[in-house]
Structure formats: C-alpha cells, structure tokens
Write a protein that binds this ligand. Structure first.
Ligand code: ATP
Length: 234
C-alpha cells in the first residue's frame, strides 16, 4: 500500500532523513518506533507531502506521490493525524468532523458520514454539539482520528495517538485500531508507547538518527528487550 524507498529529507540545511526505506502492506498495522528526534514525524510528513525538501520515492496504492501536493495525496486515500490534534477552536465536534470532508469535494454525504462515524466513536456521538476544544485530551485525539476517517481513507498515518491520554482511552483506541484494520484500513503508527504499539502491530520498524536500523515482526521486537533499550529509550 505504501512503499518508501531511499527517502532523504531536509529542514533548510539540516539533513534529517538519510535513505529511509519502509513498506506497509495493505490491511496491516506497522509500528514505527525510535527515540525522540529519530525522524519518525519527519518520515510521516515526507510521505504526506509536508516537508520542504525530499528526495527518493514514495509510492502509495500504485501512485508516485513525490511530485504531488498533500491535498492530492489525501484525495488518493492517504490521511494523516499529526501529533498536535488541531481541533479548531470555536467549532463544535460536528463542525470539526465536517472539516474532514472539505477536501472530498462533496462526494461523500455529510449527514450519513457523520452517522457512520458516530457508530465507531460513541464518546463523540454523545458530544456532537459540544465545542471541540472542551473535550478531554483523549476525546480530542479521538476527534482528530474520526476527522481523518470520515473521508474513508485507505491508509492513516498516526503520530503518537496515545500521547497524554488516560489508560482507559488508550485501551479503547487499541480496540478501535484493530477494528479499523479488520475493516481494511492500513495503519502506520508512530508511538513512544512501544509495548502498546507492538501489541497492535504485525510488523515493526525502528528508525534512529534518520535511518532505519531494525525491521522485524512486532512480536520479535516485543520479545527483544535489548534492541528496545538500545533504540527506543525504554
Ligand atoms: P519525537 O518523538 O521527538 O517527535 P521524531 O522521531 O518524530 O521525534 P522528528 O520530529 O522527525 O523526530 O525530528 C527529526 C530531526 O529533525 C530532529 O533532529 C529534529 O530536531 C529535527 N527537526 C524537526 N522539526 C524541525 C524543524 N521544523 N526545523 C528544523 N529541524 C527540525
């Protein structure tokens, strides 16, 4: 579904990714882990078309993405939930969800899409007319994920979704991600909560100093404390 080959990325003169290659097959969850500043967010931003300078190749669902702007990548079915949730102040939960449909040019019926999404997010269903900014941190994260899902993407890039969220909601999120995977949505999951991510994922990739340093099944990495300690600061 997503094939990244030899990806290099820069912030101005600062060269932060050095030939990153990774593949995510359709319908799987892949965990992308590594210590702070390793290049995980940059990898997602580069895949989504949000980095100023990138070389290499990014293929998604049979398309070459590198020359395409972010909104064109989104229209092909690639969605991104950044670490900062970007709930829009002054808008209700329902209005925030509607923003997720803006780039779909009216192809998806808003009312039925919101009904559909509410089935997967009962906490949001009860709060559709509440101001988005008054939700708890965990609920805001759920809203950010729901807003990405509402356009029915094929794949979602999730940057630290469990960060700052109380354990009961993290568990709920895990159930949701498994359900999404079972519905055929492909997930790339960047996480500091390594154990949780490895239990959800089928495969794991570790990035360190802008390079991929390890790739294995998630179960193999879960069992390998030494590699986790070396690269994931656990
Ligand atoms: P974290 O878990 O802390 O978010 P990360 O693995 O996602 O870490 P990145 O955010 O991709 O790491 O950062 C990779 C490198 O790029 C780091 O050295 C970081 O300091 C640098 N970097 C990130 N954003 C910028 C920016 N806007 N301008 C310049 N350098 C940046």
């Amino acid at each position: 579904m997503l094939e990244i080959q030899g990806l290099n990325a820069w912030y101005d003169a600062s060269h932060v990714l050095h030939g990153v290659s990774l593949t995510v097959e359709a319908g799987e969850i892949v965990a992308l882990v590594g210590r702070n500043g390793a290049g995980k967010t940059t990898t997602m931003r580069a895949a989504m078309g949000l980095m100023p300078k990138v070389t290499g190749s990014v293929r998604f669902d049979g398309h070459d993405l590198l020359a395409l702007p972010a909104h064109a990548r989104f229209r092909l079915g690639l969605a991104y939930v950044p670490e900062e949730r970007r709930i829009v102040p002054g808008l209700t939960v329902r209005e925030n969800l509607q923003l997720g449909l803006v780039a779909t040019s009216g192809k998806i019926d808003m009312a039925s899409a919101i009904d559909e999404i509410a089935l997967s997010f009962p906490r949001l269903k009860e709060r559709l007319d509440q101001q988005g900014m008054t939700l708890s941190g965990g609920e805001q994260q759920m809203l950010a994920i729901a807003r990405a899902m509402i356009a029915r993407p094929k794949m979602i890039l999730l940057d630290e979704p469990s960060e700052g969220i109380m354990p009961v909601l993290v568990e709920e999120m895990g159930v949701l991600f498994r359900r999404m995977r079972d519905a055929g949505i492909t997930l790339l999951l960047v996480e500091q909560n390594v154990e949780w991510a490895l239990k959800l994922a089928s495969r794991a990739v570790i990035i360190d100093q802008g390079e991929v340093v390890h790739e294995s099944s998630a179960a193999a990495l879960l069992a390998d404390r030494a590699i986790q300690e070396r690269y994931c600061a656990v």
